[in-house]
Every structure is written in structure tokens, then in C-alpha cells.
Design a protein around this ligand. Structure first.
Ligand code: NAD
Length: 326
């Protein structure tokens, strides 16, 4: 019988891709999602339990019905701008609901939890490459809420029989290689889908926020990780915990960065169409460069990025944006 993994937020962009990769690796993904930002159509590789992660009875029933051995927690709000306007919404879902969910897991006897954290926990980088022990100084409520739950996990694991892996993602991008799931955020703020939508004419012309940074073309540098590589990292994290691995945190990125203009130029070449764009002022709190040091995840897990080249990211993202079934 396949090992069942409870996937909170499995109807979302990264969660649905991870369910596909879990199933391909012999696990049964059991999604728990309230569909606040997710899509029912994205849940294809296991059951969907349509409830909030705070629902104690539902979480305990799922653990017992499916004999859940491990969980992955994707369920959160993740719009940086919204978090600065409505911080309470972020602390409520990303800390209070998450802590309730973790308590239900402990009560149900689940001993392994993988948590989606973010590069936003580091704040403004003090080094060119950001390693896991870089100081944590988030500059927005979103990053701070993620860091707060990392803290809660630490103390929960001290008090209970729970081991966890924190994965701090850099910029998730791209879509499923077979086009079965992809990025369909109702409020899209991510660069690559916005570029594809601008080129295809399904979205507005793109605004580049600042071209006076100290980078080769003046635009900020980010580390883009293909969502399939990200999903594979979760499977490795689950294997690591089920094999008795100790609680730890890992960056998930490529260790290399692209400027905004480089991404636009790559998209124009790959899609064979112009990306209408203009340059606007800098956005508050946008660091010049955010690139992961990925030596820890590479040396601990049997993992390295395979699909995170600009061509694969843009090709799969553009294909998804052309059809976008949900
Ligand atoms: N997309 C990125 O580049 C990125 C980068 C760093 C970290 N992350 C983190 O990865 C996770 C997944 O991101 P995504 O882009 O797939 O987001 P998403 O919005 O597509 O998915 C989140 C899912 O969680 C569900 N959800 C939210 N709150 C819930 C609750 N209280 N109960 C039940 N379900 C709930 C939503 O309905 C949705 O299906 C988030 O935690 C996010 O903070 C994402």
C-alpha cells in the first residue's frame, strides 16, 4: 500500500504539482484545502478534503482514514503587497491556522512535516549568496509570518514527537511539463506569468519596477526554480523525514540569478513575440539581488535542479498561460 501524505494547500500552484510528483513516486497525496486561492480542478492525483486546515475533526479523520504518515504544509496567503495592507489576515492564516494544523497533526500522531517557507524570511541580503544561517530580518508581514511559523515548528518539535523540514523557496516558476497543472493565481503578482500574459495579450503591459539597481542592466536579480524541481525537493524532504532525518531548514533555488530584463528577453526569444513593457519607479522593499546558496540541499538530499533553465521555465509557463484550463 502506498504511503499517504496529507497535503495542506494541494489545490494551489506548488501543492498540486507536488501531488503529481508524490503520486509518480508511489505516495498517495491527500489534499486538504479550503479553495480560498486554489482550484478543485488542480486536485487530480488523490482525494480532496475541502475544509480549512484549522478544522480539527476533519484533519484527525483524514489522518485516521488514510493512515497519514507525513504532511506538507503549503496552505497560506502569499501576496507581499496585501500583507503590508492587511497584516492581521497574514498572521491569522500563516501563523494561527498553521499552528492549529500542526497541533492537529501532533494529536493525530503524524511525526513528519514539510513546511513551505520563503526567501522573504531573510529580508535584505547581506551576502551575494544567501545561506540558511543568514540573519532573518523580514521586511514585510508575509515574510515575518512565515518566520514566525518556523519558530512555532521549532518549539512544537521540542515539545512533541514531530520532525520537520523547512524549505525556503526562492522564486517558483514554470508549469507542469505535461501541462496538467500550472500557475493560475486569481491575483497574479509573479513576473513570469505576467510576462506571458503581456506577450499573449491576455494581460496588461508589464511594468518593470526600477532600472537603476547596481546590476548589469539595472534591474533586480532573482533565482527562479522550476515548480517540478521544487516538487521533487518536497518528495526528497518527505523521504528524509520518514528515514528518521532530523529537523532542519533548506533553501530551494538554483544558486544563479537572472535580471528582470534578461527574463523579458528570454521570453521574447522563446515565445517569438514582443513583451510590451515600460519602466516604472522602484517598489518599496525590493532587494537588488536574491540568490540562494543551495549547497546544503544538494549535499543532504539526492536533489539538484533539472528543469530550472530559462528556456524550460518560460516554455512551460507560456504553454500553461495559452490554455489555462482553470
Ligand atoms: N509561489 C512562490 O514563488 C512561493 C515562494 C515562496 C514560498 N511560497 C509558499 O508556497 C506555498 C504555496 O504557494 P502557491 O504559490 O502554490 O500558493 P497558492 O495560493 O496557489 O496555494 C495555496 C493553497 O492553500 C490553500 N489555503 C490557504 N489557506 C488555507 C487554509 N486556511 N485552509 C485550507 N487551505 C488553505 C489555498 O486555497 C490554495 O489552494 C505558500 O505557503 C507560499 O507562501 C511560494
Amino acid at each position: 500500500m502506498s504511503t499517504a501524505v496529507l497535503v495542506a494547500g494541494g489545490a494551489g500552484y506548488i501543492g498540486s504539482q507536488t501531488c503529481k510528483i508524490l503520486a509518480a513516486n508511489g505516495f498517495l497525496p491527500v489534499t486538504i484545502d479550503n479553495l480560498s486561492t486554489g482550484h478543485k480542478e488542480a486536485v487530480k492525483w488523490g482525494p480532496l478534503i475541502e475544509v480549512d486546515i484549522r478544522d480539527r475533526e476533519a484533519v484527525l479523520k483524514a489522518i485516521s482514514d488514510y493512515d497519514i504518515k507525513a504532511a506538507i504544509h503549503f496552505a497560506a496567503f502569499s501576496l507581499v503587497g496585501e500583507s503590508t495592507k492587511d497584516p492581521a489576515k497574514y498572521y491569522d492564516n500563516n501563523v494561527a491556522a498553521a499552528t492549529a494544523f500542526a497541533s492537529h497533526l501532533v494529536e493525530g500522531g503524524v511525526k513528519a512535516l514539510v513546511f513551505s517557507s520563503t526567501a522573504a524570511t531573510y529580508g535584505v541580503p547581506q551576502t551575494r549568496l544567501i545561506a540558511e544561517d543568514h540573519p532573518k530580518a523580514p521586511i514585510n508581514p508575509y515574510g515575518d509570518s512565515k518566520l514566525a511559523f518556523e519558530g512555532a515548528l521549532h518549539w512544537l518539535s521540542q515539545a512533541h514527537d514531530l520532525n520537520y523540514v523547512v524549505l525556503r523557496y526562492f522564486n517558483a516558476a514554470g508549469a507542469d511539463l505535461e501541462g496538467e497543472v500550472g500557475e493560475s493565481h486569481r491575483c497574479e503578482t509573479h513576473l513570469i506569468p505576467l510576462i506571458c500574459q503581456a506577450a499573449l495579450g491576455t494581460g496588461k503591459a508589464l511594468t518593470v519596477f526600477g532600472d537603476d539597481y547596481a546590476t548589469k542592466d539595472g534591474t533586480p536579480i532573482r533565482d527562479y526554480i522550476h515548480v517540478v524541481d521544487l516538487a521533487n525537493a518536497h518528495v526528497e524532504a518527505i523521504r528524509y523525514l520518514l528515514a528518521g532525518g532530523k529537523s532542519d531548514a533548506f533553501n530551494v533555488g538554483t544558486g544563479e540569478g537572472l535580471t528582470v530584463l534578461e527574463v523579458i528577453k528570454a521570453a521574447e526569444a522563446i515565445m517569438g513575440m514582443p513583451v510590451p513593457h515600460s519602466v516604472g519607479p522602484r517598489r518599496d522593499g525590493d532587494p537588488e539581488i536574491l540568490v540562494a546558496d543551495v549547497s546544503k540541499i544538494r549535499s543532504t538530499f539526492d536533489w539538484s535542479p533539472k528543469y530550472s533553465d530559462a528556456e524550460t521555465i518560460i516554455r512551460t509557463a507560456a504553454q500553461w498561460q495559452k490554455t489555462r484550463p482553470y
